[in-house]
Ligand binder design. Structure first.
Ligand SMILES: Cc1cc2nc3c(=O)[nH]c(=O)nc-3n(C[C@H](O)[C@H](O)[C@H](O)COP(=O)(O)OP(=O)(O)OC[C@H]3O[C@@H](n4cnc5c(N)ncnc54)[C@H](O)[C@@H]3O)c2cc1C
Ligand SMILES: *[C@@H]1O[C@H](CO)[C@@H](O)[C@H](O)[C@H]1NC(C)=O
Ligand SMILES: *[C@@H]1O[C@H](CO)[C@@H](O)[C@H](O)[C@H]1NC(C)=O
Ligand SMILES: *[C@@H]1O[C@H](CO)[C@@H](O)[C@H](O)[C@H]1NC(C)=O
Length: 581
């Protein structure tokens, strides 16, 4: 997700400077209250929800133990208050964290961040739900254990990543979603008066309700503790190999079955793909590799601002060639810097990079930096002029993934430069996921596509090749029935999404039992779960923001020459197209 050419070159400098003088500003908390934890506003780590609204809450509670958590839930239940769990950083894009109304309660898991037990014999680890992925990886490694597949960014909390169905990439074993490695989970929900207004449930693998709680969008109550099944720590060998994308559609499935940790970064307008050839190797293989992914490192804020200015200028000048050039330099710089891989934690000397799982599975060094008056920050930190983007992420069933890729390639043939706009955000990340027993988990083996792209600070300003990305989004979720990532995406990706889950009804039954008054539900979760209302928001310019699919020109930007038109490959799509006079 990094931004410019110069920025890339300077990132290595930033790392160098980091060692001697510069420390980076850690992200701010997403909750701000006027006094003593009351009268609060909440946003996400990017400072912006899909509809750009700000959410309010009456107050925030910071329980430090399960007992405190139970009493917080009990008091709020007694008062029939709306509640939502908030985490230290709040990385989800949709409005999952907003309680309804101005008087809701936020329950922060910031201090529920302890490791409770590690059992080396049974290879399990129990943690409180506010523990970050990074803590989990580090603590497990100290005991000689590891989670096999994880999201690539370690700033997520266990509670948050489970609730949104987060995953890494693998078709092996139980697949890449962390919720499929949960063996026990404790959840605190509203209770009846005779239960003291709070009910604690400890679910294990024998409980069918665990399949509701594994991925719950936060609507069942507060997850307090989680026990995960781990493995003995192991080594991996990574080689990143670039190829043209002519045979991508044919190769993608077999590539995933051949390599345990396979993924692919696809640059459709550059007609190439970088294949991650990544497998488990014997621990006797030498190597102490480290992955400190460059787009997740701290960056100099003035470079981020310069990169953003370049991007804004290219957008306003409709400079497609400029975008393609930036994309080219960006991808080749990343390649030269091996994306942040080193063979020994210091230098990259060549592939394969071999090392221990805990040093290669996830990263995010922009989180753990000291205050430095914003000289450096995470690239998307809302306090600076930096990255501001949309993120579309959906999983498409393996049997049809090939046609989806081919449809995108057809669009590139029609508009060769269109997808250069992805180059600055490292292309389309393709990852592997498997079907899950979780009611709101993936239905079957699928390819997960992640696309990050420019968002204007002005909601009424259309983007360069607006239509092509809208068409891809509609192809994915409507033509190919893709499942949206619960923690990412623009509103339209969730339209009708719940109907794609065969066990949605089972999930809702459990929700009715756990929280019959819907205290943990909100307008957004009701819309997403198909209970009330509709995720789309129809108004002037709504299609530009992914809040609706255009049906009228006014949903686009007719004054800027953007009208609502059918798609180029997927004729059923309706997209905001620049009409040449
Ligand atoms: C840089 C970056 C990289 C990412 N990489 C990946 C990736 O590789 N793979 C992937 O799948 N996703 C990835 N994500 C997205 C991510 O998975 C989701 O945004 C994520 O799950 C959010 O976790 P969080 O801890 O920030 O939770 P939040 O966004 O704060 O919360 C998410 C939801 O969970 C609920 N919740 C949180 N804790 C609890 C709890 N204890 N009990 C009940 N409900 C709870 C909240 O109320 C909210 O509804 C990435 C995000 C970023 C910013
Ligand atoms: C838990 O979080 C608090 C607040 O961020 C921090 O001070 C503390 O060190 C953390 N504890 C652990 C075990 O990481
Ligand atoms: C792509 O690479 C293959 C070899 O892997 C080659 O046969 C083919 O001609 C290349 N296609 C293009 C368009 O360059
Ligand atoms: C939501 O509203 C849109 C636009 O009005 C409509 O096209 C869509 O079918 C609705 N979705 C559902 C699930 O009813």
């Amino acid at each position: 997700m990094a931004s410019s050419v110069l920025h890339q070159v300077l990132q290595s400098t930033c790392l160098f400077l980091l060692i001697i003088i510069v420390y980076c500003s850690p992200p701010e908390e997403p909750i701000k209250c006027s006094s003593r934890n009351t009268n609060c506003v909440i946003t996400n780590s990017y400072g912006s929800f899909p509809d750009r609204a700000t959410c309010r809450a009456g107050n925030v509670a910071y329980p430090r133990t399960e007992e405190e958590l139970i009493s917080v839930v009990s008091e709020a239940t007694k008062a029939r208050r709306k509640m939502k769990v908030a985490t230290r950083y709040g990385h989800s894009i949709p409005k999952l964290v907003c309680p309804d109304g101005d008087n809701g309660l936020l329950i922060s898991t910031k201090y529920l961040n302890r490791t409770l037990a590690i059992d080396v014999q049974s290879m399990t680890m129990s943690v409180e739900s506010g523990v970050t992925l990074r803590q989990l990886i580090n603590e497990a490694a100290k005991a000689g254990l590891a989670l096999p597949y994880t999201p690539y960014w370690w700033g997520l909390t266990i509670g948050g990543l489970l609730s949104t169905g987060a995953h890494g990439s693998s078709l092996w074993g139980k697949g890449s979603a962390i919720h499929d490695y949960v063996v026990e989970l404790t959840i605190v929900s509203p209770g009846k008066p005779e239960e003291g207004y709070a009910k604690v449930r400890r679910l294990d693998e024998h409980s069918s309700e665990l399949d509701a709680a594994r991925v719950s969008l936060g609507v069942l109550g507060v997850i307090s503790k989680v026990t995960l099944k781990l493995q003995h720590i192991f080594k991996r060998s990574i080689t990143l190999r670039e190829k043209n994308d002519s045979d991508l559609a044919d190769q993608v499935v077999s590539f995933g079955s051949k390599h345990e940790f396979a993924d692919i970064a696809w640059y459709p307008s550059q007609r190439k793909a970088v294949y991650r050839i990544d497998d488990r190797v014997p621990s006797s293989r030498s190597g102490n590799g480290l992955y400190d992914y460059i787009p997740f490192r701290s960056s100099l804020t003035r470079e981020l601002a310069a990169a953003r200015t370049t991007e804004e200028n290219q957008e306003s000048a409709s400079d497609a060639n400029g975008k393609c050039l930036s994309a080219e330099v960006m991808t080749s710089s990343l390649q030269t810097l091996a994306y942040g891989l080193t063979n020994d934690g210091i230098a990259f000397t060549g592939y394969p990079v071999i090392g221990y799982q805990n040093r290669l599975q996830s990263s995010g060094t922009c989180l753990d930096s000291r205050e430095d008056s914003m000289i450096t920050a995470c690239p998307w930190d809302p306090r600076i002029k930096g990255e501001y983007f949309f993120l579309a992420a959906f999983s498409i069933r393996l049997p049809v993934a090939k046609s989806f890729i081919q449809d995108v390639q057809k669009l590139v043939t029609l508009e060769p430069k269109a997808l250069c706009v992805l180059g600055q955000y490292n292309g389309v990340l393709i990852r592997y996921v498997k079907g899950s027993s979780a009611y709101l988990g993936k239905e079957e083996e699928a390819l997960d596509f992640d696309m990050t792209f420019y968002r204007s600070r002005d909601p009424m300003t259309p983007r360069l090749y607006e239509d092509i990305l809208e068409e891809i989004e509609q192809l994915a979720v409507f033509k190919y029935g893709g499942l949206p990532h619960w923690g990412k995406n623009r509103n339209i990706a969730f339209d009708g999404a719940i109907k794609k889950y065969k066990n949605a009804g089972e999930f809702l039954k459990v929700k009715d039992v756990y929280d019959p008054m819907g205290l943990f539900s909100s307008e957004w979760t009701d819309q997403v779960l198909g209970l009330k209302g509709n995720v789309t928001l129809v108004k002037e310019g709504c299609a530009l923001e992914g809040l609706c699919i255009c049906s009228l020109d006014i949903h686009c930007a007719p004054s800027e020459g953007y009208f609502c038109r059918p798609g180029k490959v997927y004729k059923e799509a309706r997209v905001c197209t620049k009409v040449k006079k």
